[in-house]
Design a protein around this ligand. Structure first.
Ligand code: ZN
Length: 136
């Protein structure tokens, strides 16, 4: 049984941005010679989130538009009195901080169109994605 805890860094460039981190995660799996197990990808931030979805330009714009519609960045939120990013915290709650990814034969067992996406909601910032693996 192998247990591994590590993290990768992701630099975002915009206030809202979706970054495909699948390649970084695959490289990490290969580097650590992981075979079959469970990977928890977790971002320890309150204004960024993780999703498994399609990396398609129009869809990524739709996801950002959808989250903005739901969380109203220009809204009259109480948190904006101390830190003007209430919408980012609210979108984090909707999307979530973590994803569990099965690893099979050394590869993430993702669906054809699934990619691991970091959703920046209050960038630009340097983000951390923790990777915690249990398996062989
Ligand atoms: Zn805040």
């Amino acid at each position: 049984m192998k247990f591994l805890e590590d993290s990768i860094k992701v630099s975002t460039k915009s206030t809202f941005e979706i970054v495909d981190i699948t390649g970084q995660v695959e490289t990490w799996i290969e580097t650590n010679k992981l075979k079959n197990g469970i990977l928890l990808a977790y971002t320890p931030h309150t204004t960024a989130a993780l999703a498994l979805n399609e990396n398609e330009k129009g869809l990524k714009e739709d996801i950002i538009s959808f989250l903005k519609e739901l969380t109203k960045p220009e809204g009259n939120w109480k948190h904006n009195l101390i830190d003007v990013n209430a919408h980012a915290h609210l979108a984090n709650i909707i999307v979530g901080n973590d994803r569990i990814i099965p690893i099979v034969k050394g590869r993430p067992a993702l669906g054809t169109w699934q990619r691991i996406l970091l959703i920046e909601l209050d960038g630009p910032r340097e983000r951390t994605v923790k990777l915690i693996y249990i398996g062989e």
